[in-house]
Design a protein around this ligand. Structure first.
Ligand code: AMP
Length: 968
């Protein structure tokens, strides 16, 4: 017979006690006969009756009190126990008090015994006493005295016994009567369990209690849907033996996007979110965010608003800040400080920082490139919290643009246009950078010869190097050198010296380069003569040594002469001085090239773009990467295909010449490629191209000091060339190249072909082509080209530089120029030209070439001017007035114009017509008398326009005036 179970709906565990029973047998609940087994047949008897509530019930009674040795058994039907291990047996019975029965002494009992037998199935209806296990002897707490069952209401006994642990599927109960008068009113068999409940959002299943009274059964809970276990705190409860849930541990919580309602998790509504299971409630979407679906863990940002990765969903969506405000700067040589105010709109965030973008611009504002890693930022380039930064190590005299951008946590997410404040700045002069690449050329007993590379950032024109040297731990000495090499003499033999070199420009000395330690050679034992020794010995030794040296020199010279005559060279190279060797004197021009130029592997050269056209082919820019060296920008001159042998020779001739030179103001040859095609000449790259074009492009943009710096560089280059015995013959601004640091370098080397190639060169009566305007009269007349004629050309270059690329002698014809020069006329000072400089030009244009200054003197004069900038101040009204009346028959006839208006129109300056009229300049005659101050007083502020007008007035004067003082 199966037990009745009363399953309650899930309830909170603390109300469970009464409802935790699972009934396996309840005799009172059965209305029909129980049909238990009773043995012997006259023992227990099934009788129908009424309970205390007058409900019909089935009872078993026995009352064999008169007979001794009673042994009456009553056995229930088989009770299947299910999962139970601990079974409760509740008996309700009445028992007759033996004392109330007369004549039963000795036979009447007041107890009965309770047994059970475990089986896995029903075992039939036979009853074997020895198979039963006794549970207890049951005595009545109360017995009744009258034989009336109706009164038992008051005397009903209730006894509960527990059996277990049980291991079989079921069991029988048995009641042994040994002579009592009993009525078994009810037999109830049950076990206890903890009913399924939901506690802390976890479902705990129905759980049968443990087998022992004290045992607690641990039960794992399962989270309800849309809930999850709290981290490291999974839900558990304990089912007690009494069927009570005890000791809840851990819990479940509603997942993100859901909140708790009763024992369930419900999704957050639209416009709400819950970002984490840890949060209790759904929250409304933060500012500038929204969502239109239920169960969201976060809200989406409105257009233009963002959430940084580190932003929790609870914060408002934000946007990039506006641009910083009030950006101001301060330049100190090559250091720029920037300061600004915070942006008006921080985008709703408080993590605004600033970053600076530095671009170096060529003189064209659009052509800007990132500043690269050599520029320093203090305190940093980005992530700036404060509203200032200092930018260090900029190039001198360079244009920069700085953009200051305010950024916050969402700037990088935004695709809207960057907002920044920007300034454009031109840096000033700065000291040169370190001289770091020093090479020991020759180490002798008492002298050490060093050479070095120009600093990477000369920041101007290097006028001198200082070589500091000292014996270790001794006071140091210095020597100076104008070039990138020097020999330090008067050293001690076998002594370690430390050398450091620094460069000097008008901005002062740079810092010393790294220390280089060199030990002088040991004194040769045979010739060692200490200075303390006998002077006679010294004289003798010196005499012997002198003789040996003399013999050696004679021998060397003889060999050299022999060699030169063999190779066809006719120039004697004096030992110790570097002299230019004319490559044309080599019979095999290939030998000349390879003597003076390094053969480069074409794979080291990367051609990037075409930058010009040379006579023999294209000129390209590119990069040269030699093994073990950093790559450098180069210009690559190529020899076009289909060349003749003569063209190849002429082309490479330039390399043979250039390769002999090594000076910071002479364009440097990196090498040649002759063993491949195309044949190439690789030269250092000069970013700003030819000087004439560069000046015209930046008309009026440089200070006089800058212009003089350029001239000084050219003069230094020419001094070097003339010292080597090289005569350039075509010195002109168009043949000077300018690099990004405004360093000017002499270029265009060659022989006759260079001048042939020069569009300025024309045939003269003496034969050959000559660039007349740049050439000294003796060279034009009888081809006397010397360093002194180069000095004349240099004077013309000075005039070109100071007039920003004006054409010398304007549009006068070559013949007129030759004639005017012959007559003693000279070019006037260009506008704003310091008189000292014009004087130097005039000195260069001395008719007698012996009177002209040498390049060495020119460098000295310019250095002096640079050191004393006051000497370069232009006294108002001195140099601005044209002083030369050079005649020019080819100039348009300004007398053809009748009015000032017509004239202004012809020179495209008609916009100033009213200015002239208002100031009373109504006739061309009055205009022709105007000075630069007069022009400026009209309110014409643009320098270019002032110059154009003045230049035209000068031409006008040339046509109408004569009588200026010619120079003789
Ligand atoms: P050239 O054949 O030397 O007259 O060169 C032709 C043009 O190429 C010149 O006018 C320059 O603009 C350019 N060029 C030549 N050499 C260089 C160089 N080393 N760096 C930059 N541009 C150069």
């Amino acid at each position: 017979m199966c037990g009745l179970s009363v399953k309650p709906s899930p309830v909170r565990f603390n109300h469970l006690l009464l409802l935790s029973l699972v009934i396996l047998l309840d005799s009172k609940a059965q209305q029909t006969e129980l049909e238990w087994i009773s043995y012997p047949p006259n023992g227990w008897e099934e009788i129908s009756g009424l309970d205390e509530n007058y409900t019909p019930i089935r009872t078993y009674q026995v009352c064999q009190v008169m007979e001794p040795n009673q042994n009456n058994w009553l056995r229930t039907n088989w009770i299947e126990k299910g999962n139970a291990q601990r079974i409760f047996v509740e008996l309700k019975f009445t028992l007759r008090d033996c004392n109330s029965l007369p004549g039963v002494v000795g036979t009447c009992k007041e107890t009965f015994n309770l047994y059970y037998q475990e089986t896995d199935s029903e075992v039939g209806r036979s009853l074997r006493e020895n198979q039963y296990v006794k549970i207890d002897t049951i005595a009545a707490d109360e017995s009744f005295t009258q034989g009336d069952l109706g009164e038992r209401k008051m005397k009903l006994n209730t006894e509960v016994r527990i059996i277990g642990p049980l291991s079989r599927r079921g069991f029988y109960l048995a009641f042994q009567d040994v002579g009592a008068c009993i009525a078994l009113v009810s037999v109830k068999v049950y076990y206890k369990k903890c009913w399924s409940i939901i506690e802390n959002l976890a479902t705990f299943p129905d759980t049968v209690t443990g087998s022992e009274f004290s045992s607690l059964v641990e039960v794992e809970g399962m989270c309800v849907s849309d809930a999850e276990e709290e981290a490291e705190n999974s839900p558990k409860m304990h089912c007690s033996a009494e069927g009570e849930w005890l000791v809840p541990i851990g819990k479940c919580i509603c997942k993100a996007g859901f909140h708790q309602k009763g024992d369930a998790c419900e999704p957050c509504g639209r416009g709400f979110y819950k970002s984490s299971s840890q949060d209790l409630q759904c929250s409304r979407c933060p500012a500038h965010s929204f969502n239109d679906r239920e169960g969201s863990w976060r809200c989406d940002c409105e257009d233009g608003y963002y959430r940084a990765l580190s932003d929790p969903p609870s914060v408002a969506c934000t946007r990039p800040p506006s641009a910083p405000q009030n950006l101001v700067y301060n330049i100190n040589q090559t250091t720029v400080s920037l300061e600004w105010s915070p942006p008006a709109d921080t985008g709703g965030r408080n993590d605004v920082t600033y970053r600076v973008i530095c671009r170096r611009c060529s003189w064209e504002p659009e052509e800007c490139v990132p500043c690269g890693p050599n520029v320093g930022y203090s305190p940093a380039q980005s992530g700036l919290v404060d509203t200032y930064v200092t930018i260090l190590d900029l190039l001198a005299h360079a244009n920069y643009t700085f953009e200051v951008e305010a950024v916050n946590g969402v700037s990088d997410l935004s695709r809207t246009q960057r907002l920044f404040a920007a300034v454009s700045i031109a840096t000033g002069q700065a000291a040169p950078s370190q001289v770091s690449e020093v090479i020991k050329e020759k180490v002798q007993q008492r002298s050490i010869q060093l050479s070095w590379q120009e600093p990477h950032q000369p920041n101007g024109v290097i006028t001198e190097y200082e070589i500091k040297y000292y014996e270790k731990d001794r006071i140091y000495s210095t020597v100076r050198s104008k070039s990138t090499s020097a020999t330090v003499n008067n050293l001690k033999p076998s002594t370690a010296y430390v050398f450091q070199i620094r460069a000097f420009t008008e901005a002062g000395y740079g810092t010393y380069g790294p220390r280089l330690e060199i030990t002088t050679k040991e004194e040769a034992t045979a010739a060692i003569v200490s200075s303390e020794q006998n002077p006679v010995i010294i004289i003798a030794v010196v005499a012997v040594a002198g003789t040996i040296i003399l013999v050696f020199m004679v021998f060397v010279c003889a060999c050299q002469l022999a060699f030169l005559s063999l190779t066809g060279l006719h120039i004697f190279k004096f030992p110790g001085t570097k002299t230019y060797i004319d490559p044309e004197t080599y019979e095999d021009p290939n030998r000349a090239v390879h003597q003076f130029a390094k053969e480069l592997d074409a794979s080291c050269i990367k051609i990037e773009r075409v930058i010009g056209a040379g006579e023999f082919g294209e000129v390209c820019s590119g990069r040269l990467k030699l093994p073990g060296k950093r790559d450098v920008s180069v210009a690559i001159k190529t020899l076009k295909v289909g060349y003749t042998e003569k063209q190849r020779r002429d082309f490479l001739c330039e390399a043979s010449i250039m390769g002999q030179f090594d000076h910071p103001n002479v364009v440097h040859l990196e090498g040649v490629v002759t063993r491949g095609k195309p044949v190439m000449i690789v030269i250092e790259y000069m970013e700003n191209g030819s000087l004439d074009g560069f000046l015209r492009k930046h008309d009026g943009q440089f200070t006089v000091i800058q212009l003089v710096g350029m001239l000084r560089g050219i003069a230094a280059g020419m001094r070097y060339l003339s010292d080597m015995g090289y005569v350039h013959r075509d010195l002109a601004a168009r043949n000077i190249l300018v690099n990004s640091n405004l360093v000017c370098k002499v270029s265009d080397f060659g022989l006759s072909r260079v001048i042939d190639d020069d569009p300025e060169a024309v045939y003269t009566t003496t034969g050959g082509k000559i660039p007349v305007r740049w050439t000294a009269p003796e060279a034009i007349q009888y081809r006397k080209f010397t360093s002194a004629s180069d000095v004349w050309s240099y004077g013309i270059v000075m005039w070109e530089v100071m007039s920003y690329g004006e054409r010398p002698y304007w549009d006068m014809s070559n013949q007129d120029v030759i004639k005017a020069i012959e007559e003693g006329y000279r070019l006037p000072a260009p506008m704003d030209c310091p008189p000292g400089l014009h004087q130097l030009m005039l000195d260069c244009w001395q008719k007698d070439r012996a009177e002209r200054p040498k390049f060495d003197q020119i460098v000295g004069i310019l250095d002096k001017m640079i050191r004393n900038p006051n000497t370069l101040k232009t006294p108002v009204g001195t140099c601005t007035r044209p002083i030369s009346p050079l005649l020019d028959q080819s100039t348009p006839d300004f007398t053809a114009f009748c009015t000032v208006g017509e004239w202004l129109e012809a020179i495209k300056m008609e916009r100033y017509r009213d200015n002239f009229t208002a100031a009373g300049y109504s006739s061309l005659e009055s205009v022709a008398r105007m000075s630069i101050e007069d022009v400026m007083s009209l309110g014409i502020t643009l320098v270019g326009h002032q110059k154009k007008i003045m230049s035209s007035i000068q031409t006008m004067r040339k046509q109408n005036f004569s009588g200026a003082v010619p120079r003789t």
